[in-house]
Design a protein around this ligand. Structure first.
Ligand SMILES: Nc1nc2c(c(=O)[nH]1)N[C@H]1C(S)=C(S)[C@@H](COP(=O)(O)O)O[C@H]1N2
Ligand SMILES: [Mo]
Length: 419
């Protein structure tokens, strides 16, 4: 695959977050604040330092996961339980998943290069059709609301709830965020570049550094996308929450592939190959497939849509006062349909009540909900939330195991202490 080193300045970046370095093992498990103060030994660090991420990473918003920053669900509410984040997660609080590090790209010199056997007259990278940022902005603009969610979101629960260790980033439920995106439909750009009926796959390639693991260089992050999804609702986004994209989230232009695993939404896109035959990269042949019992030896099909999940806007191990009413808040989502119903259990899954939805659910985005709970007696409790989408997909008690721990959709037990 052609690289375009002229269009990116590849400086290994140090976090701008400040002086404190927090080894992953020392990252606090509980949110700083009254409720968890006794559980955190020593002073609470102000920020996490993740080399390769540019934006500041306050420790009350993020947990370090290797090169990635996980959003703390409890940070969506303040110490009094008031919402501080609406439907969309502000850019500064949005989780970051980087295979390597955020490149700083000059938007003026940047060009999107399209080529391949699925285009008329642009057979090779040398004869690519090029679009500058202004060219994309001159095409009809489209705005969408969409989630970006890592395929491994919830992975750590394969271990915690099902006793199965998996390699990979041990996310809890915070490798997800919702934003409004503005850009040009990929369909529009493909047609402007001379798309033919023969096109089968497109392959967007990122301008971030090559992904190297244990001495193997997999090249730049890139993942084929079937032409049907590319032409359906895939966006080439240049704005996130009404601002130009920031470096960590793909500036100047990224893909947003609604409902699909986050890896489809390639950041810092520099080129797109359009082919009249199936395309391959390690991101659809090796990574992001299911392996293990019940899957073919070479792995199952390349992952596409996300499963149904739910999360509470509450710290793990939060302390709640006995004998008074608490409103429990959370969000649920599905990669394939709007949420239909959310049920909550406060007794470890014995009984369930229907939560009140805070908004009309729509496909591709999450739905906020809440329910009231009045715990009478002090003790330890497990909260559970279970969503069902309009196609009837729901969250099982256990998730079928896969070796890499992708798509954990089972109900998550959320421990709290009533005092
Ligand atoms: N070029 C490039 N694109 C990428 C990645 C990456 O490392 N490099 N990570 C992918 C993964 S695995 C996810 S989950 C999302 C995360 O998007 P975010 O960092 O804006 O939250 O970006 C995807 N796009
Ligand atoms: Mo991801």
């Amino acid at each position: 695959m052609e690289r375009h080193p002229d269009s990116a300045v590849r400086i290994p970046l140090r976090s701008a977050a400040g002086a404190l370095t927090v080894p992953a093992s020392a990252a606090p498990v509980f949110a700083p604040g009254r409720a968890a103060a006794e559980e955190v030994p020593g002073p609470v660090p102000e920020s996490v330092n993740i080399p390769g991420i540019v934006k500041p990473l306050p420790a009350q918003w993020f947990v370090q996961r290797d090169t990635n920053a996980e959003m703390r669900w409890e940070s969506l509410r303040d110490a009094d339980g008031e919402a501080v984040v609406g439907r969309h997660v502000p850019v500064e609080r949005f989780f970051v998943r980087n295979h390597t590090s955020t490149p700083l790209i000059d938007p003026v010199g940047w060009r999107l290069k399209l080529f391949g056997s699925g285009l008329r007259g642009a057979p090779s990278p040398e004869r690519a059709v090029e679009f500058a940022l202004d060219d994309l902005r001159a095409l009809p603009a489209t705005g969408i609301h969409a989630l970006i969610e890592c395929a491994g979101n919830g992975r750590s629960y394969f271990h915690r709830q099902q006793g199965r260790l998996t390699p990979g980033t041990p996310w809890t439920l915070g490798s997800i965020g919702s934003a409004s995106w503005r850009g040009v439909r990929l369909a529009e750009v493909l047609r402007a570049a001379g798309l033919t009926d023969a096109a089968v796959d497109v392959l967007p390639t990122g301008l971030d550094p090559d992904y190297v693991v244990d001495g193997t260089d997999y090249g730049p992050v890139r993942r084929p996308l079937p032409i049907a999804k590319a032409l359906d609702d895939t966006l080439l986004a240049y704005e996130m929450n009404d601002e130009p994209l920031t470096p960590d989230h793909g500036a100047p232009v990224r893909l947003v592939v609604p409902g699909w695993v986050g890896i489809a939404s390639i950041k810092w896109v520099g080129s797109i190959e359009v082919a009249d035959h199936p395309l391959h990269s390690p991101w659809n042949t090796v990574f992001y497939r299911m392996y293990g019992p019940g899957h073919p030896p070479g792995g199952g099909p390349a992952l596409t849509t996300q499963v149904v999940k739910s999360a509470f806007e509450l710290a793990e191990g939060a302390r709640l006062e006995a004998g008074r009413e608490h409103r429990l808040h959370g969000r649920s989502w599905s990669g394939t349909a709007p949420v239909r119903q959310v049920e909550v259990s406060t007794d470890g899954g014995l009984s369930w009540r229907t939560a009140e939805l805070a908004e009309e659910p729509c496909a591709g985005d999450w739905t906020r909900w809440s329910t009231v709970w009045r715990p009478e007696r002090p003790g330890r409790y497990e909260l559970r939330a279970r969503a069902t989408d309009r196609q009837g997909a729901t969250q099982p008690e256990r998730e079928a195991f896969n070796r890499e721990g992708y798509l954990f959709g089972a109900v998550v037990a959320h421990p709290v202490t009533v005092v």
